[in-house]
Design a protein around this ligand. Sequence first.
Ligand code: GDP
Length: 359
Amino acid sequence: MFNCMPVPNHSTHPNVNPHLVEQIAQRKPSALLPEDYVERLLTGDRVALGRAITLVESSRADHQKLAEQIVAQCLPHSGKSFRIGITGAPGVGKSTFIETFGLYLLSQGRRVAVLAVDPSSQVSKGSILGDKTRMFELASQAQAFVRPSPSGESLGGVARKTRETILLCEAAGYDVIIIETVGVGQSEIAVHSMTDFFLLLLLPGAGDELQGIKRGIVEMADLIAINKADGERKGLAMRAKREYAGALHLFPPKSSGWAPQTVLCSAIENLGITDIWKQLLSYQDLTSKNAYFQHNRTRQATFWLHESIQTHLQDLFYRNPRVQQHLQAVEKAVLDGSMTPFRGATLLMEKFSDPDKID
Ligand code: GDP
C-alpha cells in the first residue's frame, strides 16, 4: 500500500535532493537506488518509508534485493525506539486504545508508528484485525505512521517483514513503535519476541476464564490493562483487576526484574492512559539500569537469526527437485502406515543432502 500522506517539510533538510521526492512518488520502486530511499527515509519522509515497506513486503526477487539493501543501510540508524507489543481478543478495544494512547504519546512529543501482525489471512483469507479504517485520527497526524499487517503470508513471513519494518520506522525517526496483534494464536509469541514491552488488554466481567487468552499469554504480559472500565462496567473492572493481580502473583518472577501490574483504563473516556505510559517508562528505566533491555534485544536478534535460517532451509528443502520428486510417495507411505514419519523425513533429507545420488 502506498502511503499518500503529505510529505513532511523537507526544506528543513537542505542536503536532500528535492527531486527525489517526486522520483520516489512517481517512479517504479525498482528504478530507484537504495541510497535514494534511505536518504529520504532518514528525513522522516513517510512516502519513502511507505514505499520501502512495500518493497519489504513484496515477493518479487528484485524488490526483495532492493529491500535488503535499504534495510541494511538503515540498520545503523535503527534500534532507538521503545517497541511495544499490544494484544487482546477481538473487540477488547485494541484499535480504540492504540488511537487514544498514540495521540497521548504525540502530545508528549513522541513520534509513533503502529504496525500489525495479523497472520489470520492464512486460514480465513481475511484478517481478524480488520480492513476497516482503523485509527483514523492517529493516522492523519503528521508525527504518526499507521501501517496494516502484511497480508497473504504465513506467520513466519509476516513476522520477518514486520521486524524489518520496525527497523525502517526507527531509521525514519519513530521513537515509539506499537505492534498490535490479536490474542488468538501464535502471533503473540512472535510479537513478544520482537518487542521490549508486552501489554495485554482484557475485558471486565468476562468471568474467571481468560477470555480465550491462554495462560501463557498472561504470563508473557508486562502489564495487564482492563479496558472499558467505564459506565456500568466499573465495578466488574475493579473485580477483574483484583483477580488478574492475584493471578500474576502465581507466576515466577521475570528475568527482567519487573513485576507486572494490572491497571484499569478506558480508551473511549481517555482514562488510565497516563498511568499506563508511566508504567512503561518505569519499565524502560528499570531495564535500562539493570541492562535487561539491551540483553533482551540481543537475545531477540539471535532468535530471529535462527528463525531466518530455519525458514531459508525449509524453503530450500521444499524447492529441491529431488525432494519434490519423492515427497508424495513418502507422504503416502506415512499415511498408510508402511513408513514412520521419522524414517520418511530421514529418507527425504538424504535425497536433499546428497546431490550425487542417482534416482
Ligand atoms: P479491537 O477489535 O480490539 O480492535 O476493538 P475496537 O477498538 O474495534 O473496539 C471494539 C468496540 O469496543 C468498539 O465498539 C469500541 O467503540 C468499543 N470500545 C473500545 N474501547 C472502549 C472503552 O474503553 N470503553 C467502552 N465502553 N467501549 C470501548
